[in-house]
Design a binder for this molecule. Structure first.
Ligand code: PGA
Length: 244
């Protein structure tokens, strides 16, 4: 693993945006795996800035998002569909129909998952996969468990994840209990992986991801076996790892 430790969230976001921009400059028709959540918001803002400055072009790329709540309407302001529109897709020249997100409105979630995997394969797989990490070590919504799920699948979100997600919902609003998520196989098949994390609440998971036993109980630990992973952290997320 190539590990970069930044002074703060802003530096982490800029470095991550630069890596995605570099990928698109070198291979304009890249297939990107994209992530949502609190961590990448500033990184997306930075990518939009690079696009507006003419540094990066999205017109030939294809993207696949890691996950989506299930069930959820695309129009819901809590959907990852809406998140991607607001944070990236509305501001750059990505082609219509080339940005894929698991469909939270699908009537048959298992069929949706199978078709999602088929679409990723038909595009030749993912060139660069962006990941955040949960405080419990999840990547995508691959929750700690007894085995690694390979393909896109329907997930029961665990209590820690629901609590972490609750910050994006109004009081009294129901926090989704399920999601559609790419599996560990989809992630590990990506040619390159970029994982970003900030804040002390991620420090334990980062430590275990790098130094822990490889186990589905800490899904991110599987990344120790991938040949091309870059981890970009702020000082807080790196705090346990740095001083161990
Ligand atoms: P966050 O989520 O960026 O909102 O902290 C990351 C994750 O759960 O993968």
């Amino acid at each position: 693993m190539n590990i970069l430790i930044c002074n703060d969230y802003e530096e982490m976001s800029k470095k991550a945006a630069n890596m995605i921009a570099a990928q698109l400059i070198v291979k304009p028709d890249s297939v990107l795996g994209l992530a949502t959540g609190g961590t990448p918001t500033l990184m997306y803002r930075e990518l939009v800035r690079l696009y507006k400055e003419g540094v990066v072009d999205f017109s030939k790329m294809t993207s696949f998002n890691l996950d989506e709540y299930y069930p959820i309407q695309k129009s819901s302001p809590r959907s990852y569909y809406d998140y991607m529109r607001i944070n990236l897709f509305d501001h750059v020249n990505i082609r219509q129909g080339e940005s894929h997100i698991p469909n939270g409105e699908a009537s048959d979630p298992h069929k949706e998952c199978k078709e999602y995997d088929e679409m990723i394969n038909a595009c030749g797989g993912i060139d660069l996969q962006l990941l955040g990490i949960g405080g419990n070590g999840h990547i995508g919504f691959n929750e700690p468990g007894e085995y690694f799920e390979m393909g896109t699948h329907l997930v029961n979100l665990n209590e820690e994840t629901k609590e972490a997600n609750a910050r994006f919902f109004e009081e009294g609003e129901e926090v989704p209990t399920k999601a559609l998520s790419m599996g560990i196989g989809n992630i590990m098949n990506a040619k390159k992986i970029l994982l970003i994390a900030n804040g002390t609440e991620k420090a334990d998971a980062i430590y275990d991801m790098i130094h822990g036993k490889i186990s589905p109980k800490l899904p991110a630990s599987i990344l120790q076996l991938h040949r091309d992973v870059t981890v970009i952290l702020d000082k807080d997320a790196a705090s346990k790892f740095m001083f161990s």
